[in-house]
Ligand binder design. Structure first.
Ligand code: ADP
Ligand code: MG
Length: 363
């Protein structure tokens, strides 16, 4: 099922004397989510991810705009009638019910002609449980499960009604690092197996990058960029997106362009043909530095951290905006001990942004 968001907007009115300021939680969001894909909705806390998801689910009413499932306008349709499965960060399982009863619950709530015969309900519950690999835990209570198992139950409960759309709001936040990794791969597998159009909300860029077909990067209610994870990483539309994606993060310098050359401090560090003379903000990905004893970018050397395959060179530069500069280089390269380290730059790993409004300047 494809989903179309058309100028979707949510404004929360200011209330009371102290918070009279209205909040535009989601601002004019237009996007068609392709059928059967997993879309990662990504951005810092408070940028409007949950609000977007709740409007798609029907739990919140948009202030403006429309939502279509396939060709049907569902904007006014209630949450129960939209055929969405929802999974939240905090599982929200019923503690007094067994796993089986929890998964069955949405089916038992169906009324009229939607209601299945009892055997059929149980069959469906076991199918959903199998999909998330908890079918051997059906008689336990939630308190007898690990966090990861509880989250699987929540996913099974969302899947049991065979939703047309699966909506996941930070579903992995309560899991420890290893389980988080494992469960996200699981979610990807389930999504591929079922082919359900899925929206996955997270503030964790690595999580979104690793499992999404497409990512949507949001800031303060406004969509910044939509694309395949690698495309957005390789071609960010502004400084915010460039900084939000990637670990270690992109290194930021202030610089200027003069005569088709990029200067960081007094050194011309890269040819940037076609860019007019101006002040710029420069972003350099950690993998964009090449150790080069004659390289034009001279940095003060802080430390060298060996991390298996790669070496992370931590250094400083007086024109850096980032607190430190972090270069990732192949472990085969030896960093000679000294006060300074010199680099040349990989042009496709260097991004220029307007020093005024942080939009991308291409070269
Ligand atoms: P996210 O999920 O990305 O962290 P939210 O969608 O929860 O962000 O919130 C977006 C903005 O809307 C925030 O500024 C938040 O404070 C505000 N907001 C969310 N829900 C409400 C509400 N019910 N009433 C007023 N403001 C809200
Ligand atoms: Mg949220």
């Amino acid at each position: 099922m494809k989903i179309l968001l058309q100028n979707l907007t949510k404004i929360f009115p200011g209330r009371g004397k102290k918070s009279n300021q209205e909040v535009i939680a989601v601002n004019d969001f237009t996007f068609e989510i392709p059928d059967g894909k997993l879309v990662g909705l990504l951005g810092p806390s408070g940028c409007g991810k949950s609000t977007t998801l709740y409007m798609i689910s029907g739990l919140q009413k948009p202030s403006g705009g429309k939502i279509f499932f396939g060709d049907d306008d569902v904007t006014e349709l209630s949450a129960e009638n939209r055929g969405v499965g929802l999974v939240f960060q905090n599982y929200a399982l019923y503690p007094h019910m067994t796993v089986k009863q929890n998964i069955l619950f949405p089916l038992q709530n169906l009324k009229g002609e939607d209601r299945l015969p009892k055997e059929k309900m149980i069959e469906r519950a076991y199918e959903a449980a199998k999909l998330v690999q908890i079918d051997d835990l059906m008689d336990r209570k939630p308190s007898e499960l690990s966090g990861g198992q509880q989250q699987r139950v929540a996913i099974a409960r969302a899947l049991v009604k065979m939703p047309k759309v699966l909506l996941l709001d930070e579903p992995l936040s309560n899991l420890d690092a290893r389980l988080r990794l494992q469960t996200r791969e699981e979610i990807r597998r389930i999504q591929k197996d079922t082919g359900i159009t899925t929206i996955f909300v997270t503030h964790d860029q690595e999580e979104a990058m690793s499992i999404s077909d497409l990512i949507v990067v949001m800031k303060l209610g406004v969509v910044q960029q939509i694309g395949k994870p690698q495309e957005v990483y390789d071609d960010p539309t502004n400084l915010f997106v460039a900084k939000f994606l990637g670990t270690p993060p992109i290194n930021v310098f202030s610089g200027k362009v003069s005569g088709g050359k990029l200067y960081i401090g007094d050194s011309p560090v890269l040819d940037v043909p076609g860019v007019e003379d101006r002040d710029v903000t420069v972003g350099i990905r950690p993998e964009g530095f090449i150790l080069d004893e004659n390289g034009p970018l001279v940095c003060g050397l802080n430390s060298v951290e060996v991390m298996g395959r790669d070496v992370s060179v931590v250094c400083r530069h007086e024109n850096a905006v980032s607190p430190v500069i972090r270069a990732i280089i192949d472990a085969d390269n030896k960093v000679s001990a000294g006060e300074t380290v010199r680099y040349s730059l990989k042009p496709h790993k260097v991004f220029l942004f307007s020093a005024e409004d942080e939009t991308r300047i291409r070269f």
